[in-house]
Design a protein around this ligand. Structure first.
Ligand SMILES: O=C(CO)[C@H](O)[C@H](O)COP(=O)(O)O
Length: 246
C-alpha cells in the first residue's frame, strides 16, 4: 500500500473536508472517460466539480453512470451526459464516499441507501476512488457502533432481519428495519426494497466469511461491505489530504 500526504490546512468544517477530498478525486478524471458517479454528501461535491469542469470546457466527452436517482437528478441538472451499465459494462473510474474505511481499504457503504447500485457500478470500474473525511477511518468495519446496511426484499422482511441477526449473535448484532424520514413507513431504496441495518457490539470477524453468509440468505439482495473494491482512498483531515493506494 502506497501512502502520500499533501499540505496542511487551516481549521475546516466537515463539509469543507468532504469537498477537499472530492476535488482531489476529480483530478483523476480525464476527457473521454466513462465515470461512476457516487451518492451522498461527499460524492455530491465531486459530481458538482465534474459538471463545473465540463461547463468550463476543461473536460470533454464524459459519460456518467449514476449510482442513485438522486445523483442522476443532480448530474442531469449539471448537463453531465448519462448512460447505464447495459451500454457501458466497463467503466474507467468511479468516485464515491463511504461510511467507514478500514486499514485494508475495505468499506461500509449504504447508510445513504444506495448500496446496491453503488456496488454494481463500482464493481464494474477499472479504478474506484473513495473520498472521505478523516472521521470515516476505522480499525475494523462495524466497530464504530453505526449501521452496516443490508438491502432486503420487502416480502417477510422481519424473517430475513431475524436470520441476519442470528448470523452474528456472538458479535452482539441487533438488526433494525430502516424507517423513512419522518418515521412510520419503511425506507424504500431506488429498487423498491427495504434496508435492514445491522448494529454490532463486538467484531464482525472475517469479512469475506460474513459476506458469504449474508448473501446466502434468500431475501437478501446485497450488503454494504465493499471488500477489496477500492483502489484509492482520499482522506481529508485537519492536517491535509492523505492518499492511500492499494
Ligand atoms: O454509501 C453511500 C450512500 O449509499 C455514501 O457514499 C455514504 O453513506 C457516505 O455518505 P456521505 O458522503 O454523505 O458521508
Amino acid at each position: 500500500m502506497v501512502v502520500s500526504t499533501i499540505s496542511p490546512s487551516p481549521v475546516l468544517t466537515q463539509d469543507d473536508l468532504k469537498k477537499l477530498a472530492a476535488y482531489k478525486a476529480v483530478e483523476y478524471v480525464e476527457s473521454g472517460m466513462v465515470l461512476g458517479l457516487g451518492t451522498g454528501s461527499t460524492a455530491y461535491h465531486a459530481v458538482n466539480r465534474i459538471g463545473e469542469l465540463l461547463k468550463q470546457g476543461k473536460l470533454h466527452n464524459i459519460i456518467g453512470i449514476p449510482t442513485s436517482k438522486r445523483t442522476e437528478e443532480q448530474a442531469l441538472s449539471l448537463g453531465i451526459p448519462l448512460s447505464d451499465l447495459d451500454t457501458h459494462p466497463v467503466l474507467d473510474l468511479a468516485i464515491d464516499g463511504a461510511d467507514e474505511v478500514d486499514t485494508h481499504l475495505n468499506l461500509v457503504k449504504g447508510r445513504g441507501g444506495s448500496l446496491l447500485r453503488e456496488k454494481m457500478v463500482e464493481g464494474a470500474c477499472r479504478k474506484f476512488v473513495v473520498i472521505v473525511d478523516e472521521s470515516k477511518m476505522v480499525e475494523t468495519l462495524g466497530g464504530s457502533g453505526l449501521a452496516m446496511p443490508v438491502e432486503v426484499v420487502p416480502f417477510c422482511w422481519n424473517f430475513t432481519a431475524t436470520r441476519l441477526q442470528n448470523l452474528f449473535t456472538k458479535a452482539g448484532c441487533v438488526a433494525k428495519l430502516r424507517a423513512a424520514d419522518g418515521g412510520g413507513k419503511p425506507y424504500l431504496t431506488d429498487n423498491a426494497n427495504y434496508i435492514v441495518d445491522l448494529y454490532f457490539k463486538g467484531e464482525i470477524g472475517d469479512l469475506k466469511a460474513a459476506s458469504d453468509e449474508i448473501l446466502r440468505l434468500a431475501g437478501v439482495v446485497e450488503h454494504g461491505m465493499f471488500i477489496d473494491m477500492a483502489t484509492t482512498v482520499i482522506i481529508a483531515g485537519e492536517r491535509g489530504i492523505t492518499v492511500k493506494n492499494k
